[in-house]
Every structure is written in structure tokens, then in C-alpha cells.
Design a binder for this molecule. Structure first.
Ligand SMILES: NC(=O)c1ccc[n+]([C@@H]2O[C@H](COP(=O)([O-])OP(=O)(O)OC[C@H]3O[C@@H](n4cnc5c(N)ncnc54)[C@H](OP(=O)(O)O)[C@@H]3O)[C@@H](O)[C@H]2O)c1
Length: 261
């Protein structure tokens, strides 16, 4: 049995990699997952050497429908007791929906929504049997409003927030807490992967480091906070959205996401 394990999806870069480092520093064993095996192997070596924890990894494309059950099978075969589930893997795609590549939209839906939900569904029953266990879902400040030019991405993050808050309520009489982390723009590989270099978003908002987001995410998860929004300006977003007409909010989001050229 590998006890006290944190399962981190999207651990090969950015926020997920930093969350894995923090979990190791705090004494958790780890199960890392992403598609890039070399990165996971290097991270395993780094964390085992530096923190003396046990690190396993499982390479998988979580956008594939059979991926969550395969990962769960690995958890069961290795008798891994997941105390922390970090649903962090996620992708975006910049541009008009009607001009977008359908396969990219479909993979985004499968990763950001389907895999997160399926993995939680598979792992949660065992977590409920523990005295204390934690789920950390990585959404975004995108969760609070519609996002023209990244319409599907914003909608996936609204789903993550809604789902997380709902199951946090369902689980209130158990030892499992659910924290939905909402970062604003963050330095990582996300911007390039999402073709966002043309967007003005990263010029218009303060940009945090992945480490800052991960430290905040870990701290708020341990406290059992339900919604964790990083940064003063970002904390203001849901408040402003709540008192503004929806059409105005959508126009502002479009302005923020405008193309540079
Ligand atoms: N960066 C931002 O500005 C920002 C802001 C708000 C929220 N977020 C959210 O933060 C989370 C982490 O993103 P990040 O900023 O750290 O970006 P990142 O550096 O691009 O990391 C994304 C991670 O997800 C993994 N991943 C992507 N597609 C996958 C797939 N099909 N199957 C399995 N793993 C996959 C990647 O690993 P492989 O490529 O090796 O598979 C990588 O480890 C995402 O959910 C993102 O939506 C980011």
C-alpha cells in the first residue's frame, strides 16, 4: 500500500509541476500523470532525491475516453491510497469558435471536463473512506463570465467551478473537501499551447508565476476553502460580474481578449 499519495494531473509543466513539488516538500508520496514521459521521469528523480518521498508516474493522454479508467486501474494495481486528487491538466484555444479546429475543441472538452469528472468519480469513493482527503480542481478566473475568443475554454472552466462547488456541498459531512482554484493569467506553457500570443489578456492583467499559484492552491486546499481566487484584482472579478449586466460583462471579456494586431 502506498499511503498519503497526491495524484497530480498535468504534472509535466507549469502549475501542476509546481503543485507536485509542493506536495513532495510537504511529505506526500506522488502519482504524477501527463503525456510527456521524459518530463515525468525527470521530476520523479528530482523529488525522490530532494524530499525522500516515493514517486510513481503514469503516462496517458487524458483526453482519450478510456484514460481515466486506465489510470484508476494503475492506482488499484499498485494499492495507491489517494489522499489528494489534483485535477490540474487543462488546455485552451484562442480564436473565433466558427473558425476553430473541431478536434481541438473536442479534446479540450474531453480533458477539461470529461477527464476531470470521470477521474473524480472513480477515485472519490475511496477518498470518502479516509478521515481526511482533499480534491483540488484547477479552474480559472475564466469561470466567472462568458469569454468571446476563447468561448469553449471559458465554458469548460465555468463547468469546473460549478461542479466543484456542488460536490463540495454534497461532501460536507465527509472528510473530503473540494477546492476550486481560480488563477488569472499565469506564466506556464499554457499561453503558447492555446495560441494566445495574439491575445492582449496577458498584457492587460498582472501575470503570476506557476509557483505562486501552486503555493496558494496548496494552502487553500489544506484549509478546505471551496473557491480560491489568486490575486487582489482577480478577487474583484466575480464581485463586479455579479452586479453588472451579462451583456456588458461579455463585451468587457471580449475587449480584454482582443487580438494585438
Ligand atoms: N496559465 C494560465 O494563464 C492559466 C490561468 C488560469 C487557469 N489555468 C489552468 O491551469 C491548469 C494548468 O495549466 P498551466 O498553466 O500549468 O499550463 P501548462 O504549462 O500548459 O500545463 C498543462 C499540463 O496539462 C498536461 N496536459 C495537456 N493536455 C493533456 C492531455 N491531453 N492529457 C494529459 N495531460 C495533458 C500537460 O502535460 P503534457 O503536455 O505532457 O501532456 C501539462 O502538464 C489548466 O487547467 C489551465 O486551464 C492556467
Amino acid at each position: 500500500m502506498q499511503p498519503n499519495t497526491a495524484l497530480v494531473t498535468g504534472a509535466s509543466s507549469g502549475i501542476g509541476m509546481e503543485l507536485a513539488r509542493i506536495c513532495a516538500r510537504e511529505g506526500h508520496n506522488l502519482l504524477l500523470t501527463a503525456r510527456r514521459e521524459q518530463r515525468l521521469m525527470e521530476l520523479k528523480n528530482e523529488l525522490e532525491t530532494e524530499f525522500g518521498v516515493d514517486v510513481m508516474f503514469f503516462t496517458v493522454d487524458l483526453a482519450e475516453h478510456e484514460a481515466p479508467p486506465k489510470l484508476f486501474e494503475f492506482v488499484q494495481e499498485n494499492a495507491i491510497s489517494v489522499q489528494i486528487l489534483v485535477n490540474n491538466a487543462g488546455v485552451g484555444d484562442y480564436g473565433f469558435f466558427h473558425e476553430s479546429d473541431w478536434n481541438r475543441q473536442a479534446a479540450m472538452l474531453d480533458l477539461n471536463i470529461r477527464a476531470l469528472t470521470h477521474l473524480t468519480h472513480l477515485i472519490l469513493p475511496e477518498m470518502i473512506k479516509q478521515n481526511r482527503a482533499y480534491i483540488l480542481n484547477v479552474a480559472s478566473t475564466a469561470a466567472f463570465q462568458p469569454g468571446p475568443l476563447m468561448s469553449v475554454y471559458y465554458a469548460t472552466k465555468s463547468y469546473v467551478l460549478s461542479f466543484g462547488e456542488a460536490i463540495a456541498n454534497e461532501l460536507q459531512d465527509t472528510g473530503v473537501t473540494v477546492t476550486t482554484l481560480c488563477p488569472g493569467p499565469t506564466e506556464s506553457e499554457f499561453q503558447k499551447e492555446a495560441n494566445m500570443e495574439k491575445s492582449k489578456l496577458f498584457d492587460r492583467f498582472p501575470v503570476a508565476t506557476s509557483k505562486e499559484i501552486a503555493e496558494y492552491g496548496y494552502k487553500t486546499m489544506i484549509k478546505g476553502k471551496r473557491v480560491a481566487i489568486y490575486g487582489l484584482i482577480n478577487k474583484f472579478i466575480p464581485k463586479a460580474v455579479g452586479i453588472s449586466p451579462r451583456s456588458f460583462v461579455t463585451r468587457v471579456a471580449r475587449f480584454i481578449q482582443q487580438r494585438k494586431d
